[in-house]
Design a protein around this ligand. Structure first.
Ligand code: SAH
Ligand code: SF4
Ligand code: F3S
Length: 437
């Protein structure tokens, strides 16, 4: 095999995993191509968080089924691979390789087996002897880099597959993280995003024994870095010291993604989220009291089994109380292996859909109002690209807002640069402005 194609679904952890897979395969002498048609090896790095995400993969695999007879090799990586294991061979018999995220270091070996005639190979052990070795990673953005600081999850939210697809929680040593951050800064990356299912559960396994806030302070102090972000934080493990660290150092972006999932204590208990609405609101207060004007975003699930109209209304009230800068919202999707799977009082899809659109409509109003308040401000953006259709540059603020802007034609702008932009208009999902300098 000489060429491969990879398509990635799911979260940033998966996106970063694909960068590692690409680096590994390129190290084996394969080259990446842009279409499955031109590849000898076709890989899907999959997500299993909701049923729709899982179905998408099997749909993709059906599309190219006939090509399998012509020598093309198909592989399923990531969370569906870990969850379904060898059952994938039954559901899609033309697949030859099934490998979960903890086994990517075994990919070269698995490819050798396929090369020598094996029809079905797997890497499915949830290897907790993680090395976090990353020297081979091929990052596809030259300015912003992901760094994994913690893998897996030790929580057991009743709806969630992640503890099964990614295994138990394991933190990487602080010196290994700092070494990578310094290397990236030396290579010219100005933004680092620290990744983990629950980054703030980080516990340094080395004798230094840092917690997440300490790690954040140290990464924020790496010379050459201009922005440090982190995602995702779990409310239970979210301590005030994280906000203090952000207050102390402008390199730490003023944005916290703190998934709440629901606004009713009854539903939070059913979900096994390990905090109450009051606990959560205390954390929100810390952020609201910060001089940094921290933007707050969240994830919400509507229609968890047993969610009554009153419970749902409690979630809507929470939206008013917090005034999120943005949120991701989902209809509850029953998932294999999870505790909620067997719960009674499941809501039908129509009702879940109704609640989702009410929630999204409400949030749209909040975002429009909050974004409009920024008109007249000057914000620093990092340039992410240029939109040829609108002739606007695409920028991102420290608060993680998209700010599209125009600049004089003579200005030699490039992605990765930082500029000051005056906000002139606001929509619910983005801002528009003009470059100041
Ligand atoms: N570790 C993060 C979340 C990771 S999954 C945390 O605990 O906050 C990303 C989001 O997917 C979750 O926050 C949740 O809102 C959503 N999600 C997870 N399982 C789901 C399910 N079964 N149905 C619908 N949404 C789900
Ligand atoms: Fe899933 Fe809960 Fe772990 Fe987040 S904390 S990954 S929602 S089990
Ligand atoms: Fe999906 Fe796995 Fe991420 S289930 S959201 S790709 S951890």
């Amino acid at each position: 095999m000489k060429t491969f194609y990879i398509e990635t679904f799911g979260c940033q952890m998966n996106a970063h995993d694909s960068e590692k897979v690409i680096g590994t395969l390129v190290g084996q002498g394969l080259s990446q191509v842009e279409t499955p048609e031109h590849a000898e090896l076709v890989l899907y790095n999959t997500c299993s968080i909701r049923d729709k995400a899982e179905q998408k993969v099997f749909h993709r695999l059906q599309q190219f089924k006939r090509e399998a007879g012509k020598g093309k090799v198909f592989g399923v990586l990531g969370c569906v691979a870990q969850q379904e294991g060898e059952r994938i061979f039954d559901r899609a018999p033309h697949v030859s390789l099934v490998c979960g995220s903890a086994s990517y270091t075994k990919l070269p070996e698995l490819l050798v087996q396929i090369g020598s005639g094996s029809k079905r190979v797997t890497g499915l052990s949830l290897d907790t002897e993680e090395t976090f070795e990353t020297s081979f990673t091929r990052r596809d953005n030259p300015h912003r880099a992901y760094i994994t600081i913690i893998e897996g999850c030790d929580k057991s939210c009743a709806y969630c597959v992640v503890p099964f697809t990614r295994g138990p929680e394991r933190s990487r040593t602080s010196d290994s993280i700092l070494r990578e951050a310094r290397e990236l800064a030396d290579m010219g990356y100005s933004e680092i995003q620290l990744l983990g299912q629950n980054v703030n559960s980080y516990q340094d396994p080395s004798p230094a024994g840092w917690d997440f806030a300490r790690l954040l302070r140290e990464v924020g102090a790496v010379s050459g870095l201009r922005r440090v972000r982190f995602t995702t934080s779990h409310p239970r493990d979210f301590v005030k010291d994280i906000i203090d660290a952000i207050d102390e150092n402008p390199v730490l972006c003023n944005h916290v993604h703190l998934p709440v999932q629901a606004g009713s204590d009854k539903v939070l208990t059913g979900m096994q989220r390990l905090y109450t609405r009051d606990d959560y609101m205390r954390r929100i207060e810390w952020m609201k009291n910060s001089p940094r004007n921290i933007s707050i975003t969240t994830d919400i699930i509507v229609g968890f089994p047993g969610e009554t109209e009153q419970d749902f209304e409690a979630t809507l009230r929470l939206l008013d109380d917090v005034e999120y800068d943005s949120l991701f919202s989902f209809k509850y999707s029953p998932r294999p292996n999870t505790a909620a799977l067997g719960l009674a009082d499941a809501l039908d899809e129509v009702e879940k859909g109704r609640r989702l659109s009410i929630l999204q409509e409400k949030q749209r109003g909040i975002q429009l109002r909050k974004n409009s308040e920024l008109i007249g401000n000057v914000e620093e953006v990092m340039i992410e690209g240029f939109n040829k259709a609108t002739l606007q540059w695409i920028g991102r603020t420290s608060q993680n807002r998209t700010l599209n802007f125009v600049a004089p034609e003579t200005a030699p702008l490039q992605t990765g640069q930082y500029h000051q932009v005056l906000v002139t208009r606001a929509g619910p999902n983005s801002l528009v402005g003009e470059m100041v300098h």
